[in-house]
Design a protein around this ligand. Structure first.
Ligand code: AMP
Length: 905
């Protein structure tokens, strides 16, 4: 039928209005709709629906809803589809938001409703509408799916991506680097179900010669360069260099300037140094001291060195003949790469003419090919000098009474050798009595010796300049053995001493090392304990049960032994590890009323370690006494199975509880739960207890919605938590998604890392048990956090709560709030629920918020301005406790102000 739309234009509608007849079952079906790759489609239906009350004379047959169905199919033209082949999407009723349309003289309300449905099995689908007796006109049906639109993030392009099949599924998409860029780390993003891109990780760098501009890589212009892809952008060419074309990766040096291989492209081009200046020489016998001043120009570099004073040598008589100097000449401190401007050259020949060339070099000397221009030279003649010592003596013939010795000319005779002098004595006599022999030749026969006696020999040479020094001692024995006993003048006793001395030294240093290690370990332990615990006098401090040698002593100090006959087990409610289970039941202790309890038991077959770990939880729990910490009733250790009895929490663990009641609580109720957890955690942190595994799954909820922290004991974090995983960096398991980065990287678990986990619990609570970081893998989570990514505000999350989460996730742990500050903040929010009204999707309300001031300022300074109209009744309603209205009124609490005076008790 035709009706008029808002602008009075006739539109075509499907109508039905059999409200007077019972048992209506009228169907309207669409043509085949291709799925086109979509996995979840949205159906937007616009319709008008008559209010049954406005139809005169109709009875119970009139309906105000219709049903939406779908049927997946590969067939484009199915002529007949059975009713039963359709799957129901939803029953649709008119909602409250509508526009008005005039139809003739009647005013009708146009409703818009959207439903979504997963379509993954066939190429397309049909939609159908079932009327069961309403007065209805279907005006339009729009079918669409969502995509995350093509985007560029961190220089990577991510294509237009169809969202996943489920409302919470994330589609992982790999990006590709934009033109002229290269991968820094694999670019990745997730396409969320609502068509929003989430969690960009990794990305690309512009290639050398290019820099980022507006999400693309543009070539560096002339006069600029970029050498490495990781450089921040194009830089101006350094001094004495230029680039003439766009896209330079390095700037060329101006002519006459150079760059060494090791010079970075950011360094100015430089020149070789000029020659050293004022070279002077001082001769002392066969040594020469050379000194010079640095070059006048260093060429813009600081790496000038002086390469060996090179020289030629020759005798004075044939001074024209220059030869390179021999390898026996000594240079101090060295011959090449000198940084000082002084060198001592020794062991030169006597009476010899030398020319020394001092060469200044720097990093570009080689590249520039610069040579003589950088040198300065000086010529000297050495003085006369005595010959150097004879370096070795050989015994060539040995008899019982004689020794025939021979030796080489000294390395530096420093003139014509006129004779040799041989000094010798019996070894036992030392030098108290010795004999001297002189000879022109390089050998001597020493006779008249005693048999089987060790003699010590020294030889020296004489020239016109006098005697040189005696050689080192050489020992020979007059027995039939022609070999020297110990050659080269080494003393065996000394050798023995040195060997044992080295041994003793090693022993001593090993002992010193061990002692110093022990001392430093001790002082570190002391330091750690001092750093970790700032003890306040009078505050109860948690005692680690593992400090007790006997675990049973700890358990009996902190937990009450319960007689197993007073426990009545009812049913199993959970499993823990291989040997444990959790049951609910009742406990009746004499003189007290019966209470419901949870009974955690460890069945036979456990190891000693398992027993200790199991009971450690009770030893820890038994030390706590707080309304938001799970209370220990007692333990059974005297018979098997071992049991830990705690108060019973009817609603089980918080994560499962929230998932079961998705969307059913007011924000104030959620904040109330968070307040309880924060209060319990404040208590634990006051006792210096670090939880390490704070997560919604480890919070229990009772029938009054009171949340209590549970799951204590270090080993539990490692063994039992299914979320605990190994990372590449740590040896122990850690629940990655809940753990602060410093605890993951270097196991720094503190109250501040518990605060991080608390922020994650806040997110879990406000998102009704959604998994933090959805189905991202652990490595990606670690990477994303390192890159500064933080979980976004869950749907309808008040801005102040998300800000508090972000504060808990500060990278610097000192910047995170304390549990005491968190508790104060939540208390303020509960007292002023108006501050919780603003969510991320809203426009900021009120001038204070609009002026950009923190919401906490609004909370603490202007509560009346924020919530002027709130009464006790409204407040109770908002937190779901209106049943206490009369009780409070009867007790005189009639205004919010009077309520502020109420304490937690
Ligand atoms: P746990 O090993 O403490 O994590 O316990 C395993 C499961 O048993 C929990 O996730 C709860 O569902 C249940 N549970 C443990 N303690 C209690 C309790 N005190 N009251 C109710 N349920 C509990």
């Amino acid at each position: 039928l035709d009706i008029m739309d808002e602008k009075n234009i006739p539109i075509r509608t499907y109508q039905v209005c059999n409200v007077l007849e019972p048992n209506q079952n009228n169907w309207l079906r669409t043509d085949w709709i291709p799925r086109s790759g979509a996995q979840r489609v949205y159906v937007e239906v616009k319709f008008t629906l008559r209010d049954c009350n406005s139809l005169p004379g109709v009875t119970g047959t009139c309906k105000e809803t219709f049903n939406l169905y779908y049927h997946e199919s590969n067939e484009v033209r199915e002529s007949y589809i059975k009713e039963s082949s359709f799957i129901k999407v939803d029953t649709v009723a008119a909602d409250e938001s509508f526009t008005q349309v005039d139809v003739g003289d009647r005013i009708m309300k146009l409703n818009t409703e959207v439903r979504d449905v997963k379509v993954t099995t066939r190429k397309g689908f049909y939609l159908a509408f079932q009327d069961v007796g309403a007065c209805i006109a279907l005006v339009s049906v729009r079918v669409f799916y969502k995509t995350c639109p093509l985007t560029i993030r961190n220089l990577a392009t991510f294509p237009d991506t169809v969202t996943g099949a489920d409302t919470s599924s994330l589609v992982e998409v790999r990006g590709s680097c934009v033109n002229q860029s290269e991968e820094r780390e694999e670019p990745k993003m997730y396409c969320g179900a609502d068509g929003e891109w989430l969690v960009p990780i990794g990305g690309c760098f512009c290639s050398p010669g290019y820099e980022e501009k507006g999400g693309a890589c543009k070539a560096c212009s002339a006069g600029f360069y970029k050498a490495k892809s990781s450089d921040a952008g194009c830089f101006k060419c350094p001094p004495h260099s230029h680039s003439v074309r766009d896209g330079a990766t390095v700037c060329d040096c101006h002519s006459g300037f150079f760059r060494a291989d090791s010079d970075p492209p950011s360094m100015a081009c430089t020149q070789p140094p000029s020659a050293p200046q004022q070279l002077i020489s001082v001769v002392n016998e066969t040594s020469v001291v050379l000194e010079w001043a640095p070059p006048r120009r260093l060429g813009g570099r600081s790496d000038t060195s002086y390469n060996y004073p090179r020289m030629g040598s020759g005798s004075i008589s044939s001074s024209q003949l220059c030869l390179p100097c021999g390898s026996d000449v000594l240079f101090s401190p060295g011959q090449t790469g000198l940084k000082t401007t002084r060198v001592v050259v020794s062991e030169l020949r006597a009476h010899t003419h030398y020319t020394f060339i001092v060469h200044a070099r720097n990093g570009v000397s080689q590249a520039s090919g610069a040579g003589a221009a950088q040198s300065v030279s000086v010529s000297v003649t050495t003085n006369q000098a005595a010959p150097s010592p004879v370096s070795s003596i050989l015994a060539i013939d040995v008899t019982r009474h004689s020794l025939s010795l021979s030796w080489q000319q000294p390395d530096r005779p420093n003139g014509v050798i006129l004779e040799y002098e041989v000094k010798f004595y019996e070894k036992d006599q030392k030098e108290r009595s010795y004999r001297i022999m002189r000879t022109f030749s390089r050998s001597v026969d020493v006779t008249g010796l005693n048999p089987l006696t060790v003699y010590v020999f020294h030889v020296r040479a004489r020239t016109a300049a006098g005697y040189g020094e005696f050689s080192a001692p050489f020992e020979f024995s007059t027995n039939s053995d022609p070999f020297p006993l110990i050659g080269e003048g080494v003393n065996s006793a000394f050798l023995l001493l040195s060997v044992s001395g080295v041994g003793i030294l090693l022993l001593i240093s090993a002992a010193v090392f061990i002692i110093s290690r022990r001392r430093s370990k001790y002082s570190k332990t002391k330091q750690d304990s001092e750093e970790e615990k700032h003890l306040n006098p009078g505050v109860k401090i948690y005692v680690d049960p593992f400090t007790y040698e006997d675990p049973d002593q700890a358990i009996h100090e902190f937990a009450k032994e319960i007689d197993v006959s007073s426990i009545h087990i009812e049913k199993v409610i959970g499993m823990v590890g291989e040997f444990g289970e959790v049951c609910s039941g009742r406990l009746r202790v004499q003189g007290k009323r019966e209470i419901y309890v949870a009974i955690k038991s460890l069945k036979a077959g456990y190891s000693d370690k398992q027993r200790r770990d199991f009971l450690s939880e009770a030893s820890i729990m038994g030390q706590f006494d707080h309304p938001n910490i799970i209370r220990l009733e007692g333990v059974v250790t005297r018979c098997k199975p071992l049991m830990i009895i705690t108060e019973y929490m009817e609603n089980g663990s918080l994560d499962a509880f929230l998932r079961k009641h998705d969307g059913q609580f007011t924000v104030i109720q959620l904040v109330g739960m968070l307040r309880g957890i924060a209060s319990g955690m404040k208590y634990l942190s006051d006792m210096s207890y670090v939880h390490r595994d704070l997560a919604a799954r480890n919070i229990l909820v009772n029938s009054n919605l009171v949340c209590k922290v549970s799951d204590f004991g270090l080993s539990r974090v490692l063994e039992d938590d299914p979320e605990a995983a190994y990372t590449t960096r740590v040896r122990r398991k850690i629940p990655i998604r809940w753990t602060a980065p410093e605890a993951i990287t270097y196991r720094k678990f503190t109250t501040a890392s518990d605060v991080w986990s608390y922020g994650i619990v806040m997110w879990e609570v406000v998102s009704y048990g959604e998994r933090p970081y959805w189905d991202m893998n652990n490595q990606d989570v670690i990477k994303a956090i390192e890159e500064g990514y933080r979980l976004p505000a869950p749907m309808d999350c008040p801005v102040v709560l998300h800000q508090l989460m972000l504060d808990c996730w500060e990278r610097e742990r000192a910047e995170r709030p304390t549990f005491s500050q968190i508790l104060n903040m939540l208390d303020k929010l509960i007292r002023n629920p108006g501050t919780l009204r603003r969510t991320g999707g809203d426009r900021p309300a009120g001038t204070m918020l609009e002026s950009g001031m923190g919401s906490e300022v609004c909370v603490s300074v202007l509560p009346e301005v924020c919530v002027p109209e709130w009464s006790v009744c409204e407040w109770l309603q908002s937190i779901g406790l209106e049943r206490y209205r009369d009780t409070l009124a009867a007790a005189g609490y009639t205004s919010l102000d009077s309520l502020l005076a109420l304490t937690h008790q």
